[in-house]
Design a protein around this ligand. Structure first.
Ligand code: FES
Length: 104
């Protein structure tokens, strides 16, 4: 089931906005004309990624500086670290959103 998050015309490079769907915190990002939808929680120590710096397809956690690939969720640490949870943005009409069935 589609859950709308944002109007498409409000997206721009540098856009970041946090949403809560059910019990899941999400972060919608547009950078370099690419849109990413991730869980708004760093897998290192659970810090929110709101206000994280984004460059290309890399997001840098503001807490300790670990960088994660926005496409794969993988971190750049040598030590094992769970990836950031990524979601596929869904487009419907003039809205971008998420399929709530994909939220776990
Ligand atoms: S909480 Fe994100 S790098 Fe430590």
């Amino acid at each position: 089931m589609f859950h709308p998050l944002e109007r498409l015309h409000l997206l721009f490079d540098g856009y970041q906005r946090a949403f809560k769907v059910g019990s899941v915190e999400l972060l919608l990002i547009q950078e370099a004309e690419q849109v990413y939808l991730i869980e708004n929680r760093c897998p290192h120590m659970d810090a929110p990624l709101t206000f994280a710096s984004v460059r290309g397809d890399v997001i840098r956690c503001p807490m300790h500086g670990i960088e994660f690939n926005l496409k794969t969720g993988a971190g750049n640490t040598p030590a094992p670290l769970a990836p950031i949870k990524t979601y596929v943005p869904i487009y419907e009409g003039n809205m971008i959103g998420i399929d709530v069935a994909t939220i776990t």
